[in-house]
Design a protein around this ligand. Structure first.
Ligand code: NAD
Length: 452
């Protein structure tokens, strides 16, 4: 099913879908009235967005189940409640984040001069979201853009059509429709939007489309945030509690059937630890999803046949440790661990983005660091170690969007931490105050009075 066949797009006063140029012009006109700037307006929009999420949490969870077989508890935790928490944190701190800052210029311009910065909204921003966390990855940036006082064009992923439809239906009921509009659809609709002049484009998805977005943005010199993906490694040191590590790895890797941008993509560890970890991972998976994960209501499905076929083609790499079962009719791929995987095998040549965890053996930390640095900078790097020196070496000698010791994926739930990539894994960051920085301009302001 393709939502672009029945879009519930922003519509003009006569109810017909609005032309993208007219839409942007309309939102820009609203922005220019100054309506989106006052704190009250921003707080009202955030509060209403929060109301939408809490009053319709079941509708959203139903849609996520339709699109991704997403378990209800996971839909609440990682999409609805996650977004509500982000909004609450923003509401608690917004005034402070927006406050002007002053700098002392008395030594240069005299006692009567003043200088500082003020936080200005950018104007009309475009938010383009992917399908894997189609509510969270759409609405958290939208919340940031509204908190910063912008008008927003909201573009959900057509690959999660039920979620796209529910958001397109609800958002106009809750938010200021003169300043916020949803445009559903796929490549043609997004291409038409990208031809418009925005004041910022916030894109989450893959690097190939990231390049298309950046090229289109360059035409208007529009700044972009690119939240991309890549292969995030997990280094497991010798001597750690392998059973506990396996539990934490399995929880992070197999949530959303592995379709998470910050999921550990592969494990790097020594041969001796690998043997113990393989057994512990098999146990952790059974503990988490039972003997038959296909029957577990805590385990998701692959988004579509194309990704199912792509992932099925990766199962032949290395040696099968556990899992490997597939069912195309239900797009089920069992939580799978592959041992003794070599760097040149198919599963190591692309971001996996599915429930397949390869273990690559290295001699130790030096080789692990070299392995990581030989590849694109990942969105996240994880390590399990008891040694401070290992932590410090990984922090100093590698580059990644985020660095997590002990608990994979948890860093993105700390709103004060910037969430974003570096190099091939992305450009820019958001969450909490970092969303305000992304969707604002910090304007320099100097006031030197004329002689009295
Ligand atoms: P997707 O296919 O849903 O695409 C994302 C958006 O791009 C959609 O809204 C889609 O309409 C639009 N799009 C697709 N093709 C386009 C084109 N040719 N021109 C213009 N727009 C187009 O999502 P995806 O890319 O399959 O998502 C998976 C990728 O996203 C993975 O690489 C993953 O790691 C990454 N990701 C990153 C983050 C992050 O926060 N950094 C989060 C989730 C996913």
């Amino acid at each position: 099913m393709n939502a672009s066949a029945t879009p519930t797009n922003a519509s003009g006063s006569d109810g017909t879908p609005e032309d993208p140029a007219a839409l942007v012009t309309r939102l820009r006109a609203t922005f220019r009235t100054g309506r989106t700037r006052p704190l009250d307006w921003r707080v009202r929009q955030l509060t209403r967005l929060r109301d939408l999420l809490t009053e319709h949490r079941e509708d959203i969870a139903d849609a996520l189940h339709t699109d991704l077989g997403k378990p209800r508890a996971e839909a609440y935790r990682s999409e609805v409640d996650f977004t509500v928490r982000e909004i609450d944190h923003t509401l608690d701190h917004l005034e402070e984040w927006l406050s002007p800052q002053s700098v002392d210029v008395s030594g240069v311009f005299g006692e009567r001069a003043s200088a500082g910065t003020q936080v200005d909204p950018l104007g009309v921003v475009l938010v383009i979201a992917p399908w894997n966390y189609p509510a969270q990855l759409l609405l958290v940036p939208v919340a940031g853009a509204l908190a910063a006082g912008n008008a927003v064009v909201v573009k959900p992923s057509e690959m999660a059509p039920a979620t796209s439809a529910v958001i397109a239906r609800l958002l106009p009921r809750y938010l200021d429709t003169d300043a916020v509009a949803v445009v559903e659809g796929g490549v043609p609709e997004t291409t038409a939007l990208l031809a418009q002049r925005f004041d910022h484009i916030f894109y989450t998805g893959n690097g190939a489309v990231g390049r298309i977005v950046m090229r289109a943005a360059a035409e208007h010199l529009t700044p972009v945030t690119l939240e991309l993906g890549g292969k995030s490694p997990a280094f497991v040191d010798t001597g750690v509690d392998v059973a506990e590590v396996a539990k934490r790895l399995a929880r992070a890797k197999f949530a959303n059937a592995g379709q998470t941008c910050v999921a550990p993509d592969y494990v790097l560890t020594t041969p001796a630890t690998a043997r113990a970890l393989e057994a512990a991972l098999a146990e952790a998976i059974t503990e988490q999803y039972g003997a038959d994960p296909a029957a577990s209501d805590a385990y998701g499905r692959i988004v579509n046949e194309r990704h199912f076929d792509r992932l099925s083609g990766l199962l032949g790499s290395g040696r099968l440790v556990t899992g490997g079962q597939t069912d195309r009719a239900t797009k089920y791929i069992a939580p799978t661990v592959l041992g003794g995987v070599k760097a040149d095998e198919p599963v190591m040549r692309e971001e996996i983005f599915g429930p397949v965890l390869p273990i690559v053996e290295v001699e130790g930390l030096d080789e692990a660091i070299e392995f990581i640095n030989d590849r694109d900078k990942p969105l996240a790097l994880y390590a399990f170690t008891d040694a401070d020196v290992t932590r410090e070496r990984l922090a100093a000698e590698t580059s990644s969007g985020g660095l997590g010791f002990g608990l994979p994926m948890a860093h993105l739930s700390v709103p004060e931490l910037p969430f974003g990539g570096v190099g091939e894994s992305g450009l820019g960051a958001y969450h909490g105050p970092h969303s305000i920085a992304t969707f604002s301009h910090r304007k320099a302001r100097l006031d030197v009075p004329l002689p009295a």
